[in-house]
Design a protein. Structure first.
Length: 299
């Protein structure tokens, strides 16, 4: 009988390329991963890995197993969901990963609802951007990812996952209230604070500035949108932020609508077969109960 946990390790090796990468992603030691894959070879009765220098590669027989592993794991997720549905109470632990503004603006309200409606459900939340959280979800580190997707920069949708779009969050130009500029194009000579290079938020913001006719002068970089707002309040930079950042609640800033009213998509992603699990449905329902508050209707 083939062990599903070991099959998951084999699939991760196929995705990540090295035993060291699998070990790092799953918080195992490389020797533990090697031992589990060796045990899987014994269970399968065929050779699954072959050495290539200091690395290993999958044999054709291992490729066959990886191709079937997705189906097996999806069926296991469905079986676990059905088993949980047979109970009268939503119990257990839900491990969720969420991006920063969702942790600040959406998750607390959802957790309060869950505590009242499902007191036996434990929810553990880790702040993590979707680019890192999605691979961890597939590997089994999380049960649900609450992610964001910026217009024009779609994220990968791995076949091992299912996605539910929850709500949209309008993106705005944020400036110090005393600044006279009221449009993105008029800020070509002003400094900006943006998220780090490589993030979809940075890609979108840079593209928006270029469409307005200039290359942004990025003086400050941070993943923390509250730092963005503090720099704007201090008159040190302009920012491009979503409504969930809470800019409309801050003093000494002005929130401006962007041309076309761009919006980012807020979504949840789970492993294929898990969407009907009661703990997933309970958390998703709680998240949907409150969307972002509308921003000010400024030109």
């Amino acid at each position: 009988m083939l062990d599903l946990r070991r099959l998951r390790l084999l699939r991760e090796l196929a995705r990540r390329g090295t035993i060291a990468a699998v070990a790092q992603a799953l918080s195992y030691s490389p020797s533990a991963v090697s031992q589990q894959l060796a045990a899987l070879e014994k269970e399968a009765g065929v050779r699954l890995l072959e050495p290539v220098g200091r690395r290993v590669r999958l044999t054709p027989q291992a490729d066959l197993l990886v191709a079937r592993t997705h189906v097996l794991l999806e069926e296991m997720e469905r079986a676990e969901a059905e088993l949980a549905q047979s109970l009268s109470e939503t119990v257990g632990t839900l491990r969720a990963a969420a991006f920063q503004t969702a942790v600040l603006a959406l998750v607390p309200h959802a957790l309060s609802q869950l505590e009242a409606r499902h007191p036996a459900l434990r929810v553990e939340v880790t702040e993590l951007e979707p680019e890192l959280a999605l691979p961890a979800l597939i590997a089994g580190e999380f049960d649900l990812v609450l992610g964001e997707e910026y217009p024009g920069f779609p994220l990968p949708r791995p076949r091992e996952t299912e996605r539910l779009d929850l709500l949209t969050d309008e993106l705005r130009l944020i400036t110090r209230a005393s600044w006279s500029e009221r449009s993105l194009a008029s800020l070509a000579s002003r400094p900006f604070v943006l998220e780090p290079v490589g993030t979809t938020a940075r890609q979108w913001a840079t593209a928006a500035c270029r469409q307005a006719g200039f290359e942004p002068d990025v003086r400050y970089t941070s993943t923390d949108l509250q730092i963005h707002l503090r720099l704007v309040e201090s008159g040190l930079a302009a920012a491009l932020l979503p409504d969930l950042s809470g800019a409309s609640d801050r003093q000494d800033v002005t929130v401006h609508r962007l041309f076309g009213r761009p919006r980012r998509q807020i979504f949840t992603t789970v492993r294929s077969g898990a969407a009907r699990h009661p703990k997933i449905q309970a958390f998703t329902t709680a998240l949907q109960a409150r969307g972002p508050r509308p921003g000010p209707e400024q030109a």
